[in-house]
Structures are given as structure tokens and as C-alpha cells.
Design a protein around this ligand. Structure first.
Ligand code: ATP
Ligand code: MG
Length: 418
């Protein structure tokens, strides 16, 4: 659990203020629920078979011998409050919430035991276009914060009938290949086979490549619904990637499931996760209510913003027109690699000039000097063969270092920051 010191809180306040204005424009109203709830709420609302309920909750008996839990997420509490106060009888509700959540996890970058979420819940919305609207609210908030390099992964879980049909097909298929599964997945085969689809075990993942897909088991109606969500996202110009492994193995999650990920967060890549949960309100004792929502991790937002700000700062002195690095290469294959490398360097915020003269390396080096660039990157024949590039500072010592082309942007950014 982390302290937030003044330097950090400024960044948090910026995110919170941006989100508040963004949510207000989207017609969302804030709801605040207690940090502490009856344990049974989460057991029923998230599911006994999940990691969150099974292994991650901070639960204890209070002085009245009641089992209480520090909330591990927001949706169950929001739905409980909506039912308890009869909000749903007043019509559909568009709500947002924010605040600390608690999970007993192994702490690492982007994963804490007290972390913070911003979340949105649309209660009483069955229309597939609402799924796209909810996703757009998340996508555009990330855009408003200036976060780039994100990817939207999308899947449809269909209805519980679709999944029951698929579960049988999958269990039969995996049952015949039990030996190829990791231990966790073998346990799940009996309890929660759909969760095997998002296993991180390499062996299991390889096996799953040929597994029957849930998409093929969806009913005609579910397919049409999913098509409408995709159509709306396309109309909104929000790019997405279909990801068959994206599942939430619970009966009250259905149809749309999505995650927004970043390639700059390492193993904790998911910034935002959500989807439809038409069965949850009923599960918690309310009237049947179609719902869709998502939650975003504040700490991961802060990590992304900090990283991108550092990169921008690092390149700022070079916005005067001079390139930051100059790429020199032999023609042909090496030039093609230089072209690709210059593109990925630019994507990371660096100002890059690539020599296109086709002249000798010696002449290209002279032009590199005159360009005002700080770094020169060279891809000759030998480097092209090895998929590497040589990097040298043009003003400090002349030490040249060789890196794999894929690693060069990271290495260079680290050097630029020093
Ligand atoms: P993960 O796969 O990273 O464990 P999750 O599926 O458990 O995520 P959700 O319950 O969908 O996450 O929560 C939504 C978001 O909250 C996540 O995408 C992430 O940004 C954030 N989040 C979840 N757990 C943590 C944590 N322990 N520390 C920091 N952020 C978290
Ligand atoms: Mg988790």
C-alpha cells in the first residue's frame, strides 16, 4: 500500500479533474459507497470461483462476528446500493465512482494491495450501442489524458445458454488433451473451464490455439448483437482487435467483454477492463436489469502518464528543428531496416532524420555531423545481417555500442534521459 507524496498527488488531481469533467459531459453521476461491505456481497457478486474472491480479499470478523470485506472492486457495491435505494425503479442509471480498492496480491509495478479505480456503470441499458458508448467514454478519457499507444481488445461471451453449449464442447476437447494443460488449468477444467482460455501458461496457450472457439458457438442473435457493437465502434472510429481469449467465466457476465491495454506497462498491461453483466442485478436480489460498465486502474494511468511525460521532456530540447538522431545505412536491406527503425523511434517521441542519399557511409557521417543531431545510428551490411544497429554520441566520446534493432528505441531513450 503506497503513500502519495505531494509531487505525486498533483498528477492524481489532474487525472481526477480531467475524469470528472469528462464524466459530466457524458451525463454520468457520481455514486460513493462504503469501503467495507458484507463478505457475502462479493462472494455472490464476483463469484466464489474467481481469484479475487478465492485468494485476494481482505476479510475479517468484526466485533459483532459478522464477516466483512474491504471492497476489492466497485461494481458489486454500486449494484447493491442501486437495489437498496430503489434507484432502478426510478429508471436507468448512468453512474461513475472512484476510490481505493483492496486485493491481497503480490505487489509489483502497477499492482498494489491498496489501489485505486475509476469506474463507470450503465444500469438498465440493453442496447448494444450503449456498449460502444461505454467503451468510447473510457477510450476518450484516455485520449483526453494524452495517453497514446493503447489497444482495445474485444470479445463476445454470448448468453449463458451460448456458454453452456460452448462449455460442453470445450470440456470435451480439453478433456482429451488433459496432459497438455498446466496444473491450474486442470483444476479449472472441472470448476470453471472458460477461465482456462485466459491462462498465462505457455504450454496451455499453445494448446489453446487449435481449441474450438466461443465465437462459433454463439447463437444467431448473439452474433447480431456483437456485430452491432463492432459496427458502432467502427462508426466512432475506435480501432479494436478481436481477442477470443478474453473471458470472464461467470454466468452473469455476458455478451461484450473488453480490455484496453498498453505495451508500456510490462506484465501489468491492462489499463481498463469491462463489459456487460446483465445477470448481476438479479443475482444480488434486484429486478432483471441489463448493465454494462468498466473500471480503470489509477496507478497504471499514473505510470503511463509519468513515462510519457519523461519521454516528451527528453525530446523537448530538440523541437528546434534539428533531429535528435541521424540514421545512416547501406542501400537495400539495410536501408529498409533503417526506414522501419526510424519509424519506431519517432513513435517513441524522438526526432529522427534518415539519410536517403545512397552515398558512401563516410559522406553520410559528414551529413550527420552537419545536421545538428546528437546521436548517429548506423546500419551497415553486417548489422543488417544480424538485425542490429550501432549507436554513437556525436559530441561526447566516440564510443560506439551495438544493439538489437528491436531494443534500440528503449536503450536510446534511457541514454537520452541520463
Ligand atoms: P489484472 O489482470 O491486471 O489482475 P483484473 O482483471 O484483476 O486485472 P479488474 O478487476 O478488471 O482487473 O480491474 C480493472 C482495472 O483495475 C485493471 O485493468 C487494472 O488497471 C486495475 N487493477 C486491478 N488490480 C489491480 C492492482 N492490484 N493494482 C493496481 N491496479 C489494479
Ligand atoms: Mg487481478
Amino acid at each position: 500500500m503506497a503513500d502519495l507524496l505531494p509531487e505525486a498527488t498533483r498528477r492524481w488531481q489532474h487525472i481526477e479533474a480531467t475524469a470528472l469533467a469528462h464524466f459530466q459531459r457524458a451525463g454520468l453521476a457520481e455514486i460513493r459507497t462504503p469501503l467495507l461491505e458484507a463478505t457475502a456481497l462479493f462472494a455472490r457478486g464476483i463469484g466464489e470461483a474467481t481469484d479475487v474472491v478465492g485468494k485476494e480479499m481482505y476479510s475479517f470478523l468484526d466485533r459483532g462476528e459478522r464477516s466483512c470485506t474491504l471492497r476489492p472492486e466497485g461494481t458489486a457495491s454500486v449494484v447493491r446500493a442501486a437495489i437498496q435505494h430503489g434507484l432502478l425503479a426510478q429508471g436507468s442509471q448512468r453512474l461513475w465512482y472512484g476510490g481505493p480498492m483492496f486485493r491481497y496480491e503480490r505487489p509489483q509495478a502497477g499492482r498494489l494491495r491498496q489501489f485505486h479505480q475509476l469506474g463507470v456503470e450503465y444500469l438498465g441499458y440493453a442496447d448494444p450501442f450503449t456498449d460502444a458508448e461505454a467503451i468510447a467514454v473510457a477510450w476518450d478519457l484516455l485520449g483526453a489524458l494524452g495517453i497514446s499507444g493503447l489497444e482495445l481488445e474485444l470479445n463476445s461471451l454470448g448468453t449463458s445458454a451460448d456458454r453452456a453449449r460452448y462449455r460442453k464442447i470445450l470440456m470435451a476437447w480439453l478433456g482429451e488433451r488433459r496432459g497438455g494443460l498446466d496444473e491450474d488449468s486442470r483444476t479449472r477444467l472441472a470448476t470453471n473451464p472458460l477461465r482456462i482460455l485466459d491462462s498465462k501458461d505457455p504450454g496451455t496457450r499453445a494448446l489453446l490455439r487449435d481449441a474450438p472457439s466461443l465465437a462459433d458457438a454463439l447463437s444467431e442473435e448473439s452474433c447480431q448483437r456483437f456485430a452491432a457493437v463492432r459496427q458502432a465502434l467502427t462508426a466512432l472510429d475506435i480501432p479494436f482487435r478481436l481477442e477470443a481469449g478474453l473471458v470472464r467465466g461467470l454466468d452473469y457476465y455476458n455478451h461484450t467483454a473488453f480490455e484496453i491495454t498498453s505495451n508500456q506497462l510490462g506484465a501489468q498491461a491492462t489499463v481498463c477492463g469491462g463489459g456487460r453483466y446483465d445477470g448481476l442485478v438479479e443475482q444480488l436480489g434486484g429486478p432483471a436489469t441489463a448493465c454494462v460498465g468498466w473500471a480503470m486502474g489509477m496507478e497504471r494511468l499514473v505510470l503511463l502518464l509519468t513515462r510519457q511525460e519523461e519521454e516528451r521532456k527528453a525530446v523537448a530540447p530538440h523541437l528546434d528543428g534539428a533531429p535528435q538522431c541521424y540514421l545512416v545505412s547501406r542501400p537495400g536491406r539495410a536501408a529498409l531496416q533503417a526506414l522501419a527503425l526510424s519509424r519506431s523511434l519517432r513513435a517513441r517521441g524522438l526526432a529522427v532524420e534518415r539519410d536517403v542519399s545512397g552515398s558512401t557511409l563516410a559522406k553520410q557521417f559528414r551529413r550527420a555531423d552537419r545536421s545538428g543531431a546528437t546521436w548517429v545510428i548506423t546500419i551497415g551490411e553486417a548489422e543488417a545481417e544480424a538485425c542490429t544497429a550501432r549507436l554513437r554520441h556525436l559530441r561526447r566520446d566516440g564510443v560506439e555500442r551495438e544493439f538489437a534493432q528491436g531494443q534500440l528505441p528503449d536503450q536510446l531513450l534511457a541514454l537520452v534521459r541520463d
